[in-house]
Ligand binder design. Structure first.
Ligand SMILES: Cc1cc2nc3c(=O)[nH]c(=O)nc-3n(C[C@H](O)[C@H](O)[C@H](O)COP(=O)(O)OP(=O)(O)OC[C@H]3O[C@@H](n4cnc5c(N)ncnc54)[C@H](O)[C@@H]3O)c2cc1C
Ligand code: SF4
Length: 464
């Protein structure tokens, strides 16, 4: 990975690096779930009932034929098992690690009610890691169609779309603004859930299908979208979302106040021992980014990490298993609490001023509106504040293409087609409703690749 300078930026200037040793830090950032051995995988696979019309498959957004891939593990056909997975989900190794399986396939497993559900995620990881580690290519590029498609953004949506397009014979170029491809799988998912190497191995698998990936290119700055619209037969936008929005309170520009996504990114791009962290850390927000930032701060050695959220645990957007995980990590919670000011000076932060809230009538999101209890101001002693209240929307490219946009998200139909005939989109940038997750982005990419092909075929017939 690219090594970035840390600790010298304004935000981190007042903070020290971890008090933990390099060995302790390495241990803290190991993958949480160990890989299954071949024997463990076969034993677990043999517990499966190989259900007809399997509920686990229905619950998977990419509709992987789960009983089929598990059966192949049971008969020690690991390569065949991986093929079944990757046919439906080209980023099966990432999804095996990051999917909220309790809410999806494992949550639907018929064995869950009386026994333990099958460990579908770990079995999927076993099979897909087998091919990633050996660099086995189970799919070939399709017969060339002579059509050129440009994909903007090399996150899960863009990579999935590009892989499916390449399998169908189209020439695909991905343009990515970061130095490395992979999107949030490379830069955002905590390293103890998905090591960077896994994401990058998947990127290489996409490249081996003939997809060209050009990194360090920001579309809209380094190259204009109108030029791409002119030069390519179709465009797929998989640009995700942006950084964390401003809190809009005083003291936000002081050193020691950091963006949650940037903070997580540091742990994926820099040696752990070089990352500055506070002793008393407050994390503002209660979604998955907030929980990840909080657990990272704790594992870097912060003595106390407190999550500050203006609603209650019932309204939290983080998955329940993540909330439980954070509690086990020793993260403290202040519910019905909202920050109103950050205090400190050039030598560092001293406190986060908060007010107590109560819940009122539902707001536009359908959740109870938090209301301030007057005179409830109180101080939380902190030397670091991590902002994790969601992600900004990026509408610049969509606007330049004249696309329909709603609440900052690109509007698409069920085929991931936008309001522009040549442009398709998927992943977080279209996720107006529902959970923004890797597996949903992968499925969007897949659907879009099919729709793009149909559009190109229709255009070819019309031009005949
Ligand atoms: C901290 C964090 C933790 C998460 N944890 C989980 C988890 O455990 N499980 C899960 O399922 N999901 C998780 N998610 C959500 C998941 O990562 C996203 O849903 C998924 O990455 C969306 O994929 P995407 O391709 O739409 O966007 P991204 O992964 O954001 O990729 C978009 C890509 O487009 C590039 N790009 C943007 N604009 C331009 C431009 N103008 N020119 C060129 N390139 C551009 C970006 O650099 C980026 O690489 C997490 C998200 C965050 C922030
Ligand atoms: S529901 Fe459970 S037991 Fe049935 S096929 Fe899926 S993993 Fe196997």
């Amino acid at each position: 990975m690219t090594q970035q300078p840390v600790g010298d930026s304004v935000q981190y200037a007042s903070l020290e690096t971890s008090v933990l040793t390099a060995t302790q830090l390495e241990q803290n950032f190991q993958e949480i779930h160990p890989a299954l051995s071949a024997r463990e995988a076969v034993i677990e696979a043999n517990r499966c009932l190989f259900c007809y019309d399997a509920p686990c498959t229905h619950a998977c957004p990419t509709h992987i034929d789960i009983p089929s891939f598990i059966k192949k593990i049971a008969t020690e056909n690991t390569r065949g098992s991986a093929r079944v997975i990757l046919e439906s989900n080209f980023l099966g190794s990432t999804c095996a690690r990051v999917c909220p399986v309790q809410e999806l396939c494992e949550g639907a497993c018929v064995l869950g009610s009386d026994h333990k559900p099958i460990e579908i995620g770990r079995l999927q990881r076993y099979a897909t890691d087998y091919v990633l580690e050996r660099k086995l290519d189970l799919f070939k590029p399709g017969k060339p169609t002579g059509k050129k498609v440009v994909v903007i953004g090399a996150g899960p949506a863009g990579l999935s779309c590009a892989a499916e397009l390449a399998k169908l014979g189209h020439a695909v170029t991905i343009l990515e603004k970061k130095p490395l491809a992979g999107g949030l799988s490379t830069y955002g998912i905590v390293v103890f859930r998905e090591p960077v190497e896994v994401s990058l191995a998947e990127v290489e698998m996409v490249q081996r299908l003939g997809v060209e990936i050009k990194t360090g290119i920001t579309v809209g700055q380094d190259i204009q979208i109108a030029d791409l619209e002119r030069d390519y037969d179709a465009i797929f936008l998989g640009i995700g979302l942006g950084n964390v929005p401003q809190l809009g309170i005083s003291g936000e520009d002081l050193g020691g106040v950091v963006d949650g996504i940037d903070f997580i990114e540091l742990t994926k791009t820099s040696p752990y021992s070089s990352i500055p962290v506070g002793k008393h850390v407050a994390v503002i927000g209660a979604g998955n980014t907030a929980i990840d930032a909080a657990t990272i701060a704790k594992r870097l050695g912060a003595a106390r990490v407190t999550m500050v959220y203006r609603r209650t645990e019932t309204e939290m957007t983080a998955y329940n298993f993540e909330y439980e995980f954070a509690k086990q990590e020793g993260i403290e919670y202040r519910f019905l609490t909202a920050p109103v000011a950050i205090h400190g000076d050039s030598s560092g932060l001293t406190s986060l001023e908060c007010v107590t809230m109560r819940l009122g009538e539902p707001d536009a999101s359908g959740r109870p509106r938090p209301e301030v209890i007057e005179g409830s101001n109180h101080m939380l002693e902190v030397d670091m504040v991590i902002k994790a209240i969601g992600q900004n929307k990026q509408t610049q490219l969509a606007q330049a293409l004249g696309l329909e946009i709603k609440n900052g998200y690109i509007v698409t139909d069920a085929h991931n087609h936008t309001s522009n005939p040549k442009v398709f989109a998927g992943g977080d940038c279209v996720r107006l409703k529902g959970d923004a997750s890797t597996v949903m982005a992968v499925q969007d990419g897949k659907i879009a690749a099919k729709s793009i092909t149909q559009m190109l075929e229709r255009a070819a017939i019309a031009n005949d």
